[in-house]
Every structure is written in C-alpha cells, then in structure tokens.
Design a protein around this ligand. Sequence first.
Ligand code: DGY
Length: 421
Amino acid sequence: MTETVAATDFFDRDAAAREILTQNDRGGYTVPTDGLYPYQWNWDSAFASLGFAEFDLDRAWQEIETLFTGQWDSGMVPHIIFHKPDPGYFPGPDVWGCNGPIASSGITQPPVALSFATRLLAADPEAGKARFAALYPKMRKWAEWFLKWRRDEKGAIFVIHPWESGRDNAPDWDDAMSKIDPQDVGYYERRDTQHVDASMRPTKYDYDRYIWLVQRAKALDWDDAKVAEDNPFKVADPTMHFILMRGLRDLLAAGEAQDLDTGDMAAQLAELEAGAQALWNPGMGFYDSYNCNNGIWSNALSNASFLCWFGGLDAPQMEQHLARVLDAAPYGVPSLAPFDPRFDAKRYWRGPTWGMMNMMIGEGASERGVALGEEVRKRTREVIGRYGFVEYFDPMTGAAAGGKAFTWTAAVWLAWAGKEG
Ligand code: DGY
C-alpha cells in the first residue's frame, strides 16, 4: 500500500493526538476514552505514558506511578483502577468486590508497563533514575506474581478471564467459554452498548460468561490459588506470555545498567523463553493459545500470534503468515486472519485492527530484522491518519470502529506510527 497521508498534515495530527491525551487526563491517570471506559485501565495507561513521553516526560512517569498505587500485596496490578465512581460503566467496584489499596478489578492485564517504564528511563536517564529505582521492586513483584499464579505446567502464561488478556471476545476463548454455564448469573445491565453500537461489541453470550467469572472469583474472595483451581476458564495466551517475556528482558537490562537488584530475573526469563515453545501449534504452524483444561488449540492466527518478535524470539516461520494476513487485509494487522471463518471485520477482537497491537508487532518485527515490520507501521500510520484516533478499525476498509478519541491510538501515533520512517 502506498502512503497517502500528506506530510503537511502531520503537525495537525500530532497536535490532535496530544489534545486527546490531555482531554482524557483525569489528573495523574488517563482514561482510555471518555464515557465507554471512564477509569484507569492498566495497559491503556502504559500506552498513554509513551504518548505523554513525547511532550511531557514528568506526566509520563506519573501515569505509571499512579497505576502502581493500585498494586495488591500479592504483587498483582489490577486491570481497572476505580479512582473515582462513575455510574456510566458496568461492572463497577461493587460487582468486583475487591480489597486492594484502591477500589479495583481483581484480574490483571498484559504488563506492557514493565517495558514502557524502561523507555521512559531511556528518554532521560538522569531525570528518570530515582523514579525508575522506586518502581523497580514493584515491577519485579508483578512479574513474579505472573510466574507464580499464571503459569501452567508447560511453562506458558495463562489468563483466568478474557478481559485479563485484553482481547475480550477473541476466538481464542471460545472453547473455554463454551464450558461455562452462566444460568445463575442474575440480572445486570450492560453500559458498553449505550456508548458503542452493539454490532461492534461482545455479545450477550460473552457478557453472561464475563460476569459469571467475576462472580465466581469474588465468591472465592479473589484468592489466587482458589481462583485458578478448577476454573473452567484457563487459557494459555500468547499476548500475556510474549509481553511478559519482553517486560522481563527490558527490566533485566535496565536493572543491570542501573545497578539495581535484579534477583532471579535472568533465570525467570530463560524459563519463559523455554515456555514459549508450549504456545507453538504444530498442526497450524504458528503461535496460538490453548485451553489449559483440555489442551485444545484455538487454531487462531491472531494479532497476538505475531507478538513473538516483540517477546524477543526469532520466528522466521511467522513471516509468511504475516505476509498472508497483510495481503488479505489492506489495513492489517487484523485481530483474526480474514481467511478464518470466525473473522468478523467490526466485532472488537474477532477481526478489527488495533493500533497498539500493530505497534508491538511492527516494532518487534523490525527489531528482529523482519522487513514487514515497517510495512505494519506504514499501514497503521495510513489508517490512523485517514480515519482518526478511534479505538480500532475495520482491517478491510479502514473504517473507524469502537470508541472515539482513544488514548492509546493517539499515543501510538505520537510514539511510533506518526513518526517519519
Ligand atoms: C470492557 O468492559 O469492555 C473491558 O474491556 C473490560 O476490560
């Protein structure tokens, strides 16, 4: 695809992206978007920090520091932190019933903040030294929590709720979700479909199971061991595995350079690298998720499959797959390969292209010498440049979808996609 975003437009787009971050700033933390997501979300916030780092490094650090104020004693950093009540979102703090230092959800999200904190440090090592050192033990504790509570016997990192992965309604969860019988879930009222067209959101079938899983864990008082035991939803996830691998690698390198206590991190990283092999689906020949309870593969070539490079793997076999999905989807990388019968171009994680996933895929690929990484960046620049800072895009037409004025799309523009190649 040839780029058509005119160079003269960059200033306006950069200014508009900064404006979105500023508008979504709630004082020390940034909401993903006004209305649909009115709290601090874990990985959205990490991307926000990268965006802020382009024009206000102090504010960028603050974003991650605020995120860690919600960290539980166990080391877990919640996926939502409910700093201020907002009736526009369901499920709120009462549904989760958690006892962290700040009202929060009880599950986590992909730990991109581990890597991105090291980027803030690199942007100005002198200014960031003390702030990084203060965060370091907390970040290590979060990584250790994953290894203790979210690792299966094959060494792969699993999730106990689709929202934990961040890819809410990906086909990766279909088998595990089908094993849940949510008939006792009770009445609840969704709020997401009051903000965004229902055809772009997860279905009621999904929502019943999302809420059922929250209710189950709440009844177990969010005890990590009990929640994982006999959980019908335990799925080994490339998103979590590769992002944690990347986080550990970046933390280890920065910790050594800063003379900080890196503990067992080198050994932990080696274990995760070995565990990545468990995610290789030999029948399909790509990285994939599987249901830990029965070993069934998702057989889903998703955008998470392509995070292998971001995780630090040399994965030459994945290059042909990336070429194939980019051929099929002009505005890729789609969240599911368009030639998969489960593909749905506008439904959230069953087809659309997401700027932040593209950033991790494109950057990771370029770092490992995969030429298509730059193509991913160009296409992301094209689609954001043409259709705006929305939540995600139809990968076939580029059409805007999901929430508007989205923090991470603006941040990805500033930190990566909108930069001159
Ligand atoms: C939602 O409410 O849709 C979120 O994705 C949960 O993280």
